[in-house]
Design a protein. Sequence first.
Length: 307
Amino acid sequence: MLYRSDMKYTFDFSDVNLKAGGYLVTLNSASHEPPRHPWNIPLHDHNSYEIHFISSGTGSFNVSGSEHEVCAGDVVITGPGVLHAQTSGLDDPMEEYCVNVSITPIKRGKHKNEDISGLLGAIVSQPFRICGKTDAETEFAILLSEATVLAPGWRERITSMMMSLLIRVGRLTADVTERYVPDSYRSGDEYHTSHEINRRRQIDMHLRGFLSDISEAELAGMLFVSRRQLSRIMRECYSMTFTEKVNDLRAEYAKNLLVTTDMTVAEISDACGFSSVQYFYKVFARKYGTSPGKLRGKKLIPKPGER
């Protein structure tokens, strides 16, 4: 369905989704904000992911009280629960395309594409980031055009454009040349060289496929190092063992699912790769100091008219 509000076009979807790399991706909405003068979007959040593409002009994102300037070519990802506001530049108004997507893990046994798994994992790995430059206008233009005309095959064409867009953005988020490096990559001077940041990013990208039972030997092979070398790298980069890091990621993603989905605790435990619900409770309580059931009470409530 198409909504128009003061020159802004928003397409609301309900049944466009794709399965890839162990994830179910649902396209909730897509919108185009023309470079009118001026425009702003007040502080808000979502229980899903927004991928913003700045096609022209300048502007800013206010995230948790911090101001981040953006310009043509930037891609901005805002994840579940991230409070953010947008303001268009005064002298050079910002034009923006945006998609709102839900990215949910599904059983990995049916989907073996580790490349796509790593790329989607990179997208969901941080709640907020500003990525390097790209030109995603073609994908967005085709997606919105198909949603407008609804010609035969429109759903398949939109799905194809969504996959292309996710691959493009996933490559950006996994790339060490990203302009905005989250604080988690700035902990200690030893991580400030591009080589060391890249190594850390490589590990994170592969481990974001944590829903599959990736082993220490498999990760070592992906990085072309021995298991002994990997053990040393894990200690240097994370002050954790391989198992501790994997469990940490599983607990982190489980927390996100608890507050953004209606999946049961048992379903989340299984989806995140824990060997049992009891072990899930143990790992989760160790990381967050509370049980999954208690955290569920803080579930985000979807907002009417979310774009």
